[in-house]
Design a protein around this ligand. Structure first.
Ligand code: HEM
Length: 392
């Protein structure tokens, strides 16, 4: 057994939150498992070890929360993201029924026409903010409508999601400033969104029906709706914005994709690999566990750096290079194992709907003013100006 190297780093400092990749590369070079003595957490830094952990829920439990801070973990409660089987299985079954790929595929035309209308209007304007005027309205419209959420409250979704991921961090200013917003989101989902306020035949209503039918506890239904408000929109907003940013800053890759749209699935996977919206979650070990020669003791909090796994040079050669033909379908942007993102199919379909329209309508474009947000769990853009420079 090798002793675990201690590191003196702050993964939640402003610089790292805005640009985490240099720090991840340093940590990977130190070892696959490192110990952050300051915060008393183990950090898994490389692909193989992170993949192994997410696939072994019995050893790496989610039931004590998936954040690092105690208060955030307590507030997050015991929804689908923060439970182990058997409860997780029950909740997940209800969600799966609504969100599996086959069900989501039924909404293909709706996604395409929504993206087409939005992109057409923006292309006419030539210059706009891809985050606030394209990715956000698209994702809120699509997920809000599929879930059957009313119009009322939608103006808060981005702030609440930002708050929701901030409370997964340590007790820093971002987390402290987010507890209030998180509570608003909780109240909206548990008190305001009665079944009657959710459209019939949509996901939210179906979750409540599973409760009234006895499949899950009635109390758990609002939690499933909250899982979507929390994790189902801002994540995809970041992914869509990242796609336009990457394509706008790599004109050679943009030209390749435009010249060969059969590269689309590969390009989407590559965006998710190189710029995963969810950067980190945690687990707690249920027993002593040996990982690559290091023993992590029972009861330890372990940080899983998805963003680092996806840039691990042992798995993805030349990992900082954006290559639309790489097709890295084994990326960990959606996690793996029992908690693998339930919305992965929808998220990729949304990304594709927008980028398809982009390829169809745009020849040349430039991006500027990219501003990366500070968030304890997510990495994404607040703003991105896109200017279309098509020759008419
Ligand atoms: C590109 C967009 C997205 C990314 C990168 C993403 C990422 C993730 C990741 C990494 C996990 C695993 C958490 C873990 O292992 O602890 C997860 C779980 C989850 N995601 Fe997503 N997500 C995205 C979009 C969505 C969408 C569109 C929805 C719903 C409409 C959604 C709902 C959820 C839920 C409910 C879970 C918890 C699943 C469980 O614990 O069984 N996500 N997501």
């Amino acid at each position: 057994m090798t002793p675990v190297p201690s590191v003196d780093v702050d993964l939640w400092s402003d610089d790292v939150l805005v640009d985490p990749y240099p720090m991840y590369a340093e940590l990977r070079a130190v070892g696959p498992v490192v110990f952050d003595r300051d915060r008393d957490v183990f950090i898994l830094t490389r692909y193989d070890e992170i993949r192994r952990a997410v696939q072994d829920w019995e050893t790496f439990s989610s039931a004590q929360g998936v954040g690092v801070g105690e208060k955030g973990n307590r507030l997050a409660g015991n929804g689908v993201l923060t439970t182990d089987p058997p409860r997780h299985e029950q909740l997940r079954r209800v969600m799966n029924r609504q969100l599996v790929a086959q069900t989501v595929a039924k909404h293909q035309n709706y996604l395409e026409s929504t993206a087409a209308a939005l992109v057409a209007a923006l292309v006419d304007r030539k210059s706009f903010d891809a985050v606030t005027e394209l990715a956000q309205p698209f994702s809120i419209d699509v997920v809000g409508s599929l879930t059957g959420l009313p119009e009322e409250g939608r103006e808060h979704f981005m702030r609440w999601a930002d708050n929701g991921f901030n409370i997964t961090g340590p007790d820093n200013d971002l987390a402290r400033e987010s507890f209030g917003g998180f509570y608003e989101m909780y109240q909206y989902c548990f008190e305001f969104l009665t079944p009657g306020r959710l459209s019939a035949g949509r996901w939210g209503r179906a979750f409540h029906e599973a409760g009234s039918g006895g499949e899950i506890e009635p109390d758990a239904c609002a939690g499933l709706v909250m899982a979507i408000v929390w994790a189902g929109m801002d994540t995809t907003v970041n992914a869509i914005s990242a796609a336009l940013h990457l394509l706008g800053t790599h004109s050679d890759q943009w030209d390749r994709l435009r010249g060969d749209p059969s590269l689309m699935s590969s390009a989407i996977a590559e965006v998710l690999r190189i710029e995963p919206p969810v950067q980190r979650f945690t687990r707690v070990t249920t027993t002593d566990v040996e990982i690559s020669g290091v023993v992590i003791p029972e009861g330890a909090r372990v940080v899983l750096l998805f963003g680092s796994a996806n840039r691990d040079e042992r798995r993805f050669p030349d990992p900082d290079r954006f290559d639309v033909s790489r097709n890295p379908t084994d990326h960990l942007a959606f996690g793996r194992g029992i908690h693998r993102c339930v919305g992965a199919g929808l998220a990729q379909q949304e990304m594709r709907a927008v980028v398809d329209q982009w390829v169809a309508h745009v020849d040349q474009f430039e991006v500027s003013g990219a501003s990366w947000r500070r968030n304890n769990g997510l990495h994404g853009l607040d703003h991105l100006t896109v200017t279309i420079t098509n020759e008419d």
